[in-house]
Design a protein around this ligand. Sequence first.
Ligand code: SF4
Length: 379
Amino acid sequence: MTGLYIHIPFCQQKCFYCDFLSLPSDHDQTGEYLKALLKEMDYYSQSMDAGQVFDTVFIGGGTPSLLKIEELEEIFQALFKKFKINPVAEITIECNPESLTFEKIVKLKDLGVNRFSLGVQSFDQGLLEKMGRTHNRERAVEAIADLKRAKVENFSLDFIYGLPQQSLEQWQESLRLVLKFKPNHLSLYNLMVSEGTVFAELAKQGRLELPSEEEQVQMLEMAVALLAAENYSHYEIANFAQPGFESKHNLIYWRNQQYLGLGVGAFSYWQGERRGNTLDLGEYIKTWTEDFQPVFSEIEKITPQQEETETIIMALRLQEGISYEKMKERFQIDFLVKYEKAIDWAISSGLAEEVEGQVFRLTEKGIPVSNQVMIKFLP
Ligand code: SF4
């Protein structure tokens, strides 16, 4: 499987927890950016193998749904003209409630989008305000209703837990409301306070009151229990899906398969290298409108040992875990022999388990402390 990622960096305003590459839309260079993006698409379509097919496409951001319909049209026309897209490809677009309209949903479906990922983050009005989100609870509910009215058959909702002063009751209430909408997929992220964000500044000033670590673990446990009762599988540390609705694009990342990232700051794992496009919007635009050559902020050739380690670390995030047979096929190793010490430690600590003598994976107890297991597999 091979994926294609396209980054749209603009957002209405910066959320207080966000450390993604996103720029407020009053810094509007959308027209120039899209011109540069189309040039980058040209460059890669001309330089890749004629037989290269993409099995998934993910338009992420930022807020791709902020783009006008004509701009979205331009991107999708270029996408299908320049690249070979598998006729049954999963094609996802990330949206935020404030910029998603019923008309846009219908148009995006016509353009080929078959999966919508909506950033709701919370149904609690007070928490939405604390996060600096631009939508309110009502708009989030309407946006979901619009997806249903447009007969979208595959949609995912994003939520964050561990928010300032969030109680277990508030979290439970959000989850109960979520389940009423029966999304096909849910991503539940534990809040991370990253440098350079408003939250990091508040934390420095002692003004960010977060739930304790124990409460945050309880929030995840509560979600796991509620969602399991509704037949969602907890197929990745932060992701839950109805049967058959796992994110194919994100599975490419977690299975350490190759993907090409286009747009400012986009990452790729392509032709044995990990590459990050320049993070500077001005430089990205200049690169593709004047020089017609990629500029990377980082580029690293991946050695076979690195590929093996990264495959293990990422597979530990997945409920499908690490298959001994697949490790033998891909790396010609006996996983049980090579990693005996780490495996024994994780199993005896109750953080991991062996399934039917064929697969090694984390237990529910191991999921919240996955990092403790992952570091044992580092060379
Ligand atoms: S909408 Fe998403 S990408 Fe944009 S600022 Fe908020 S969290 Fe960041």
